[in-house]
Design a binder for this molecule. Structure first.
Ligand SMILES: C[S@@+](CC[C@H](N)C(=O)[O-])C[C@H]1O[C@@H](n2cnc3c(N)ncnc32)[C@H](O)[C@@H]1O
Length: 259
C-alpha cells in the first residue's frame, strides 16, 4: 500500500511496531493483536522502530496510561474520552466499560490511513482534528467530564504549541482530565540520539523537568500526579533497572492534570 506520512505522523509507526512485537513474545506484558494486523494490512516495514529502550518505554506507558484511564473511568463511567493524536492506538478496546463515549482524533492524513485499518464502532468514532485548534470539538456530545489522552504527542510540540493546546482543551470542555506524556529537557536537546525517533524526520519539542510547568501556561489546570516510566520499566529487566538509576530524571513520565 502506498502511504504518505508527515514527519510526526510517521512516529505513530513506533508504538505500533513495539506493541505488535511485544504481543508476539512469550509472556507478553501487553497483548495488541490489532497492532500486528495493522502492520500486515498496511505492508509497512517497521523493523527499525523497535530498539530496546523505546520498546520498554512504550510497554511501560501502555500499561501506565491504561491503568490511569481505567481508574478515571471507574470514577466517571459515562465520561467523554478523547484519544488526541491517536495514531494507530486501540486504547478504547482496552478500557471500554460499555458506557463511555470515545473519539479517536488525529490530523486528517493520519485519520485517512487509520480508516484503512479501523471502522467506527458503537460509541467509538474517528475524527479529523488538531490539538492546536478547536473547530472539531464543537460538534462533540456535551458531557460534564472529558478525559483527554495525549500519549506520545505533546513531546513534538514547542512550548507555544503546548500552551495553545492546553488553552484549547480548557476552552472546549467545561471539566476534564488530561493524561499527558512528558519528556525531559535532556531529550529535547539530545532527541537526535533517541533510539527510535532518530529513524524518523521528527524532532522533539519543549521538554519539562516536571509537569507542574504546564500550570504556568494554563492557570485553569491543576496538577494531579506524575510518574516516571522507570516505575514500570525497572520491574522487568536488569537494563530497565539500570536505566532507572542512570536515567532517573530523563525518562518520560505520565502526568495527569484536571480542570
Ligand atoms: C508518536 S505518535 C503517537 C500515536 C498514539 N498516541 C500512540 O501512542 O500510539 C504521534 C501522533 O501525534 C499525532 N499528531 C501530531 N501533531 C498533531 C496535532 N497537531 N493534532 C493531533 N494529532 C497530532 C500524529 O499524527 C501521530 O499520530
Amino acid at each position: 500500500m502506498d502511504l504518505k506520512f508527515g514527519d510526526v505522523q510517521e512516529t505513530a509507526l513506533i508504538p505500533l511496531a513495539i506493541k505488535a512485537s511485544e504481543t508476539s513474545r512469550p509472556n507478553a506484558r501487553i497483548k495488541d493483536l490489532k497492532a500486528k494486523e495493522i502492520i500486515d494490512t498496511l505492508g509497512v516495514d517497521v523493523s527499525k522502530f523497535d530498539p530496546f529502550l523505546s520498546h520498554e518505554g512504550v510497554v511501560a506507558r501502555t500499561i501506565m496510561f491504561r491503568e490511569e484511564l481505567k481508574r478515571l473511568i471507574g470514577i466517571y463511567p459515562e465520561a467523554l474520552c478523547i484519544n488526541l493524536g491517536c495514531g494507530f492506538d486501540d486504547k478504547f478496546s482496552q478500557v471500554d466499560n460499555g458506557k463511555i463515549t470515545w473519539f479517536d482524533v488525529d490530523l486528517p492524513d493520519q485519520i485517512a490511513v487509520r480508516r484503512k485499518v479501523y471502522e467506527d464502532r458503537e460509541r467509538c468514532t474517528m475524527l479529523d482534528g488538531s490539538a492546536l485548534e478547536r473547530e472539531w470539538t464543537k460538534n462533540l456530545p456535551k458531557n460534564d467530564i472529558t478525559i483527554v489522552v495525549m500519549e506520545g504527542v505533546l513531546q513534538y510540540f514547542s512550548k507555544e504549541q503546548v500552551e495553545i493546546c492546553l488553552k484549547m482543551l480548557c476552552d472546549s470542555f467545561p471539566h476534564g482530565y488530561l493524561l499527558a506524556e512528558q519528556h525531559s529537557p535532556f531529550l529535547e536537546k539530545h532527541g537526535n540520539h533517541h533510539d527510535a525517533v532518530k529513524n524518523t524526520n521528527a524532532a522533539f519539542g519543549w521538554g519539562t523537568k516536571t509537569g507542574r510547568e504546564y500550570l504556568e501556561l494554563e492557570p485553569r489546570l491543576t496538577f494531579v500526579s506524575e510518574k516516571s516510566y522507570n516505575k514500570e520499566m525497572k520491574k522487568y529487566s536488569i537494563r530497565g533497572k539500570l536505566f532507572a538509576v542512570v536515567g532517573k530524571n530523563i525518562n518520560n513520565r505520565l502526568a495527569v492534570f484536571k480542570w
